[in-house]
Design a protein around this ligand. Structure first.
Ligand code: TAP
Length: 507
């Protein structure tokens, strides 16, 4: 296929299909050094979770393919066009890429929906919409990254000038999960490129298609060859090869805590790479009795069921004050029954299939363990008896502290509700903090003092007061404790992809 290129002619073996009243055309090959190429590992099928059909066989990267990509990224960083253009020109290219993504947003959202099961309307607004905003936000930062003049002591009779330079690190590796495929790519890659680095990125093997369409758009935007390399494949092969590569100097990872720990070890042992880790969560959401019941029910449901629960900041545990507990549960179950489950491409659908089979199976097992532990299952809990990876939005009540349900992340549409007494505010905060994760949290109350005390004492990187899921490209995002370290988004994200050099001159 010949892309209608503005800056670069792009050819690839296209997958063509009709979906969502659109003619889709997208690559299924690796993108290395500005070209789409086949991988040396066995191709991996990409499955549509709505009907379990195979969309296409995606080419898969071997260790050698990753090495090719890293070499290309190194050349691009050291001697390529990217190393010569100004920061402002870099920003211009990133703005152009964002414009192209906007032009293709329906196509990208359809692809995301087919590949990951995301409801189309959400994919358009969040998966793709926030990705475009992220590229624009960081494009604007390119020419505003600057060091400082530092007042050091003089060595008389001479004087000194000490300045700091904020420099790109070099070749960066990115490894991302499947829940928001394009958005996770964008959150990391936009900051990484704004800082002037080049990148080798591996999308999750279950949902790699938007990353490959994105690669085509990047080439068409005129991003020079080697600056962006996308190597789909398995974590064990392609992911590990990036993480352990001696020429990769920084690794940005989003995924599970378990793999995050392996990655941190591999980064240390290979070449002491700088690393940032956005990992799992079990975010507490505390609802006090003075909350509006309708708002409490609406926010609790979106805090858990948003993106079918495949949301790292999903409220993994909801604490409801005892005076409103029974009414809350009754209303939540009534509303949960009304959720429109079905084909994510239908505009009336609000809950699509889970991302892939292994994840669905884990959710079924999660519910079984909860029931064995004695938690009260008051709604859902089963796979739907239809084709596709559909799982009922589920509600558990009376979940005891310290149990599997109270401490483990499901990463699915499973609400875990526990009761608390307002007589001891500190106690509910201690219970909310009794988790090894620290990604996000929420509190719902009209009492501003109580909300601020909660915000101060809670051990989580994000606190939502009287809202939930409100992330923005300008606000830093990242966790504490076993939810990892380092921030995506906001100015702080740039620091993850920069290094500081101190220059002292005597005169
Ligand atoms: P993981 O299993 O950790 O996979 C994440 C990525 O790492 C995938 O691309 C995976 O490849 C790759 N990988 C696996 N083993 C690897 C290794 N040894 N070396 C290098 N890469 C490796 O997570 P997941 O199941 O995809 O995602 C769910 C988890 O991500 C949840 O815990 C969720 O909370 C977390 N998450 C966190 C956030 C933030 S911002 N904190 C956001 C989204 C998700 P494959 O393609 O082979 O799986």
């Amino acid at each position: 296929m010949r892309g209608a290129s503005q800056s670069q002619q792009i050819s690839y073996e296209a997958v063509e299909m009709k979906a969502n009243n659109l003619e889709l055309k997208f690559p299924k090959q690796l993108f290395v050094d500005g070209k789409f190429v086949n991988g040396r590992a066995k191709p991996i099928p990409s499955v549509n979770p709505h009907d379990e059909s195979v969309i296409c066989q995606v080419e898969s990267a071997s260790v050698e393919d990753v090495d090719d990509a890293v070499r290309a990224a190194k050349r691009a960083f050291e001697t390529g066009e990217w190393s010569k253009i100004s920061a402002r020109e870099r920003g211009r290219l990133m703005f152009k890429l964002a414009d192209l993504m906007e032009e293709h947003k329906e196509e990208l959202a359809t692809l995301e929906s087919l590949d990951s099961g995301a409801v189309y309307t959400l994919a358009l607004k969040t998966h793709v919409g926030m990705s475009i905003e992220t590229w624009r936000y960081f494009a604007g930062w390119c020419d505003k990254i600057q060091g400082a003049v530092v007042p050091i002591s003089h060595a008389r009779p001479n004087r000194n000038l000490t300045i700091t330079r904020k420099e790109p690190i070099g070749v960066c590796g990115l490894v991302t999960p499947w829940n928001y495929p394009l958005m996770m790519l964008s959150w990391k890659m936009a900051a990484c490129l704004a800082a002037g680095n080049t990148v080798v990125m591996k999308p999750a093997q279950t949902s790699p298609l938007t990353a490959l369409k994105f690669a085509e758009l990047a080439a068409r935007a005129g991003i020079p060859p080697g600056v962006i390399n996308i190597v789909p494949g398995s974590g064990r092969v392609a992911g590990e090869a990036i993480v352990k590569h001696p020429q990769v100097r920084k690794l940005g990872f989003t995924g599970s805590t378990e793999i995050g720990q392996t990655i941190m070890k591999d980064c240390a042992e290979s070449n002491m790479k700088k690393v940032s880790l956005e990992l799992g969560g079990k975010s507490p959401f505390v609802i006090f009795e003075d909350a509006e019941m309708q708002q409490a029910v609406r926010l609790a449901m979106s805090s858990v069921f948003f993106n079918k629960g495949e949301n790292c900041i999903a409220a993994g545990r909801i604490f409801v004050e005892e005076r409103i507990y029974d009414e809350f549960l009754e209303r939540v179950v009534a509303e949960t029954k009304k959720i429109a489950i079905g084909d994510p491409l239908n505009r009336g659908t609000s809950h699509g299939p889970q991302n892939h089979k292994a994840h669905l199976d884990k959710l079924v097992e999660f519910v079984e363990i909860g029931q064995k532990e004695g938690a009260r299952l008051i709604h859902g809990g089963k796979r739907l008896p239809v084709p596709g990876y559909y799982f009922e939005p589920t509600v558990f009540a009376d979940v005891e502290d310290g149990t599997f349900l109270a401490t483990e992340e499901s990463f699915g549409p499973i609400m875990i509700v526990s009761r608390f007494s307002s007589k001891d505010e500190d106690k509910v905060i201690a219970r909310a903090n009794a988790t090894e994760y620290g990604l996000a949290s929420g509190v719902l109350t009209k009492d501003i003092g109580r909300a601020l005390r909660f915000a101060e004492k809670i051990d989580a990187g994000t606190v939502f007061v009287n809202t939930y899921n409100k992330t923005d490209v300008a606000a830093p995002f990242g966790g504490f404790k076993r939810s990892g370290f380092g921030k995506d988004l906001g100015q702080e994200a740039l620091n993850e992809y920069l290094r500081t050099k101190t220059i002292t001159v005597e005169y």
